[in-house]
Write a protein that binds this ligand. Structure first.
Ligand code: NAD
Ligand code: UDP
Length: 323
């Protein structure tokens, strides 16, 4: 069935791929974004489609649309971006969730919220199942994001219990791929940019911290499956690739796949509250959504590196000085 769908943060990395899929499926898509960490270029190719509309708006301020579904993605996601203006980050998460939920309640739309593995903080349970309540520092530099996302999850469940809003909560683990902002300061984009420029790779700490990297196509497939799952499955559900790598292993892979002469150097000390390890337990997504990632890290990096080779870095404005 064709639907009217609002995607907040729709011009961003994940949002633009989601809009691509939804437009291709024939839905009427409204993409709402304030372009803090993205640019119109990500959705340029959709502007001529009759079933796509782009709206510049900040989710901190209320918005009204007649829609059947809402995907709430608006929020800076990279540490350097969300720490640039932490108070705004918290407002975006909390006010953005309240405004999206208020709209969902009024027009009886189903709403999917993109939460994060950061709700687990620096985890002392490994891998992380949805039942784990996390180890988050509420007053550290990552708290604006982690606690903002936790508060948004709370709001989702309170609107569900109090007003019967049909909710879906997804906890996304590190995701990468084409259209990731080349100056987001995150590990995949930094390492690829550095490898292609032949610069030394900036390892923070000794590189023994781990992450599990999911390719964007797998993530979009998971988000759409979750939205389409039955109403009684609210989540939270983890979506991510359970293959775990140290940051040093990632650096070596990027250098090898890019065919680069870069050396893996020491970068900065490990940032405060940087989680030591992170890997999703995806049993719930497998059981409820019949979902698991298909693209292995080597293949995903190959595709992402190809994309980085195809773009002109000068077309991208660094959203913040933190990269
Ligand atoms: P992104 O920065 O590319 O996309 C976020 C989009 O939201 C951008 O287009 C940005 O301009 C927009 N935005 C930010 N603040 C806004 C505001 N106040 N009003 C309107 N628009 C605003 O990041 P992404 O990687 O595509 O992340 C999308 C969502 O997924 C985010 O909510 C993020 O927290 C979540 N997530 C992503 C990852 C990941 O690894 N990519 C991991 C966990 C969670
Ligand atoms: N990191 C790194 N060098 C970089 C950027 C990041 O070693 O140039 C490390 C960072 O300290 C963290 C991991 O890579 O341990 C992932 O960082 P990222 O900012 O991508 O996202 P996070 O998963 O921490 O939110």
């Amino acid at each position: 069935m064709l639907k009217r769908i609002l995607v907040t943060g729709g011009a961003g990395f994940l949002g633009s791929h989601l809009c691509d899929r939804l437009v291709r499926e024939g839905h009427d898509v409204i993409c709402l974004d304030n372009f803090f960490t993205s640019q119109k270029g990500n959705v340029d190719h959709l502007l001529d489609c009759h079933n796509f509309e782009l709206v510049r708006h900040d989710v901190v301020d209320p918005f009204r649309f007649e829609v059947d579904e809402i995907y709430n993605l608006a929020c800076p996601a990279a540490p350097g971006h969300y720490q640039y203006n932490p108070i705004k980050t918290m407002k975006t998460s909390v006010m953005g969730a309240i405004n999206s939920l208020g709209l969902a309640k009024r027009v009886r739309a189903r709403i999917l919220h993109t939460s994060t593995s950061e709700v687990y903080g620096d985890p002392d349970v490994h891998p992380q199942p949805e039942s784990y309540r996390g180890n988050v520092n509420p007053i550290g530099p990552r708290a604006c994001y982690d606690e903002g996302k936790r508060a948004a999850e709370t709001l989702m469940f309170d609107y569900h219990r109090q007003h019967g809003v049909r909710i879906k909560v997804v906890r996304i683990f590190n995701t990468y791929g084409p259209r990731v902002h080349p100056f987001d300061g995150r590990v995949v984009s930094n390492f690829i940019r550095q490898a292609l420029a032949g610069e030394s790779i900036t390892l923070y700490g000794d590189g023994s911290q781990t992450r599990s990297f999911c390719y964007v196509d797998d993530m979009i497939d998971g988000l759409i499956r979750m939205m389409n799952a039955s109403d009684d499955f609210t989540g939270p559900v983890n979506l991510g690739n359970p293959d775990e790598f140290t940051v040093l292993e990632l650096a070596k892979k990027v250098v090898a796949i890019a065919g680069s002469k870069s050396t893996v150097g020491t970068g900065k000390p490990l940032p405060a509250d940087d989680p030591a390890r992170r890997r999703p337990d995806i049993s719930l997504a497998k059981a409820k959504l019949d979902w698991q990632p298909k693209v292995a890290l080597d293949e995903g990096l190959k595709r992402t590196i190809e994309w980085f080779r195809s773009i002109k870095l000068s077309d991208y404005r660094p959203p913040t000085p933190n990269y």
